[in-house]
Design a protein around this ligand. Structure first.
Ligand SMILES: Nc1nc2c(c(=O)[nH]1)N[C@H]1C(S)=C(S)[C@@H](COP(=O)(O)O)O[C@H]1N2
Ligand SMILES: [Mo]
Length: 220
């Protein structure tokens, strides 16, 4: 019983419902209007700057390993071949560096963090992730951010293998957080029951790092 002008089972209602289910008329993953696409305090660049601690490790795919450990049902220690054999995904995303540059529409290929987590299976009390890289760099983030649908363990950028200066052969990309959370030359993923500070987080930077909320520096 209702006073709705169009009955719930009318042709229009049914097709509109189907459109909603199919996401019809959505233009893409990024639904923000362009004016809101750039987070506060950021400016756009066309090139892709290189930023790191200055040690760019040479990591051969012969000796490369990716470990997933901590609060997981199935700890992983993947060779390059095993990593390549996992489902390969693509993503397109904007990246935002805390030094105020942003770059739009980066095309990535690699393994989605969700697919990796489906293999490792975090335990119930897992809440945070610590990333450790081949240059000794560490950074932390909440598990929900690491598991975001846009997050990818990238081996390719714009159709080419990820170069060493940008973290090749494999780096993480978590585009909705400042880029310091996106560990280059990623070697180890520890799933944790609590948060802990990584390199920049111990040096005045924010534990979360959401560019839309300008979480650049630590609160204290
Ligand atoms: N392993 C590692 N990852 C790292 C860093 C680093 O020093 N070592 N620097 C971080 C910082 S501060 C930034 S801004 C981005 C820069 O990535 P890019 O050089 O590809 O632009 O990498 C992040 N990931
Ligand atoms: Mo950075």
């Amino acid at each position: 019983m209702s006073d709705d002008p169009i009955p719930a089972d009318s042709k229009l209602t049914l097709s509109k419902r189907r459109w909603a289910d199919e996401g019809k008329f959505l233009t893409g993953r990024i639904s923000r209007p362009d004016a809101d696409r750039l987070p506060p305090g950021q400016h756009l660049v066309k090139n892709w700057p290189v930023l790191d601690l200055g040690q760019q490790p040479m990591v051969s795919t012969d000796t490369w390993r990716l470990e997933v450990d901590g609060l997981v049902e199935t700890p992983l220690n993947l060779t390059w071949a095993a990593f390549q054999a996992l489902e390969q995904s693509t993503r397109v995303s904007d990246i935002h560096c805390v030094t105020t540059w942003s770059r739009y529409d980066n095309k990535w290929k690699g393994v989605s963090t969700r697919d990796l987590l489906d293999l490792a299976m975090p335990k119930r009390d897992a809440t945070h992730v610590m990333l450790t890289s081949y240059d000794g760099y560490t950074t932390n983030l909440p598990l929900v951010d690491f598991a975001d649908d846009d997050a990818i363990l990238a081996t390719s950028w714009e159709g080419l293998p990820l170069t060493r200066d940008h973290g090749g052969p494999m780096r993480l990309i978590v585009p909705h957080l400042y880029l310091w959370k996106s560990a280059k030359w990623l070697r180890r993923i520890d799933i944790m029951p609590a948060d802990a500070a990584g390199f920049w987080e111990k040096n005045g930077y924010n534990m979360h790092g959401d560019p839309w909320r300008e979480q650049r520096y630590s609160d204290d």
